[in-house]
Design a protein around this ligand. Structure first.
Ligand code: HMG
Length: 385
């Protein structure tokens, strides 16, 4: 059977960052609640000329530069920060990246799980024709109401992945465990720019889903828990991964050890929740901070509120960490421009209506920018950076 999986992966994030110490001080609470209690340090925050399209295109650009477009006939864009009820955000990316017209584009939605739905679809496409490659972009801006418990878990970022036969990074194994249940733990109504969330219920639902997805994986003859060298999780906040790992250890009755939780959360602590991109940002963090994973089996848990979840596994390929992604990602994270709390709150409360033409201020240093709205349609530009 042909090996299929993730051939390349790249991250991008926003122009701005808010430190959680500053937010806690503004709120008059102990910053350790965020740094230790939630395991988060910073929130990536978009400038007015950034959104899921600009982040997604910026993540995909180096992948196209490294591998070209040959064999790419599909671009799948996963997001829960939808910009239009009809048009897939990936169509703007298709234009910005100058992809051939022979590339189909569609958008996937199911909260933070959508990136994994796109990955499963991509694996199927490549299984049918191993000469094809699929570009997946998971891109999101996590926003909660100011002053709400979710506020410190906001964030923003994108991960682009190239899925192919004979992958260079991680071969995805064919058996996976799925767990779906209709739960109102977190959702965003069409007329709201922020999520509605029952935080406590969402944590319980996430833990139930880890156990449920594991049971499905085990029932379908998936790998033994003992064979999992590392685990990466969807990380709304990094402490959630720790809770999930402890829960899975209890549920399987197998000591899963530390499982790479620390190395797998270095980027997530600083980006905040990136929704559909979060699990894959964690995978990048793990691969970029451990040198001896070749041949190891990694378990991956994807969770999307509402809820759909999936636990699947992959085998890390030899030479997986030679791309310099760690240096690029660290430089990008360090380059973010800090916001003071007043400016952050002002940016947070700004929303655009499609009823008014607008040109956004030039702020981002990314290769692409959201330039504004004209005649109710969004338009984008290359920046030349
Ligand atoms: P909260 O009520 O503010 O926090 O909200 P808390 O009081 O439960 O405290 C959090 C932790 O900090 C606790 O630790 C405290 O003990 C600790 P825990 O008991 O959990 O181990 N703490 C401290 N630690 C050190 N020093 C201190 C201190 N004070 C307290 N001084 C909550 C927490 C997660 C509910 C909130 O942030 C929230 O609503 N977040 C948004 C929802 C969310 O992230 N849910 C996670 C699961 S759902 C999911 O992952 C899906 C999602 O990504 C969306 C999607 O799928 O699309 C969200």
């Amino acid at each position: 059977m042909t090996a299929i999986g993730i051939h390349d992966l790249e991250l991008s994030t926003t122009h701005h960052v808010l430190g959680l110490t500053a937010l806690a001080e503004f709120q008059g609470i102990d910053p350790n609640k965020y740094h230790i209690g939630l395991g988060q340090d910073e929130i990536s925050m978009p400038a007015p000329d950034e959104d899921v399209v600009t982040m997604g295109a910026s993540a995909a650009l180096p992948i196209i530069a490294r591998h070209g477009t040959e064999g790419i006939r599909t671009l799948l864009f996963a997001t829960e920060t939808g910009l239009d009820q009809s048009k897939a955000a990936g169509v703007w990316v298709h234009e910005l990246l100058d992809l051939p017209s022979s590339v189909r584009v569609a958008e996937f939605k199911q909260a933070c799980y959508a990136g994994t739905a796109a990955l499963q679809a991509a694996l199927g496409i490549v299984a049918r024709n191993p000469a094809e490659r699929v570009l997946i972009i998971s891109s999101d801006v996590a926003r909660y109401e100011l002053g709400s418990p979710g506020e410190p878990t906001q964030g923003a970022g994108a991960v682009a992945m190239l899925v192919s036969a004979e992958p260079a990074l991680v071969e995805i194994e064919p058996t996976s465990g799925v767990y779906t249940d209709d739960v109102d733990d977190f959702w965003r109504p069409n007329d709201s720019t922020t999520a509605v969330v029952d935080g406590r219920l969402s944590v319980r639902a996430y833990l139930d889903a880890v156990a449920g997805a594991w049971d499905d994986l085990a029932g379908r003859g998936g790998p033994d828990a003992e064979s999992l060298s590392r685990m990466v999780y969807h990380q709304p906040f990094t402490k959630m991964a720790m809770k999930a790992h402890q829960h899975l250890t209890r549920h399987t009755g197998v000591d899963l050890g530390e499982g790479g939780l620390k190395t797998g959360s270095i980027y997530n602590r600083r980006l905040g929740n990136t929704y559909t991109a979060s699990l894959y940002a964690s995978l990048a963090s793990l691969l970029d901070h451990e040198d001896d994973l070749a041949g190891s089996r990694i378990g991956m848990f994807s969770y999307g509120s509402g809820l759909v979840s999936e636990l699947f596994t992959g085998i890390v390929q030899p030479g997986y960490n030679g791309s310099g992604r760690r240096e690029r990602t660290e430089a990008m994270i360090e380059a973010r421009v800090p916001l003071d709390v007043d400016t952050y709150r002002e940016l947070h409360s700004k929303t655009l209506s499609s009823l008014q033409d607008v040109e956004t201020p030039r702020v981002t240093k990314a290769p692409f920018r959201f330039a504004g709205i004209k005649d109710r349609a969004r338009f984008y530009q290359r920046t030349g950076n």
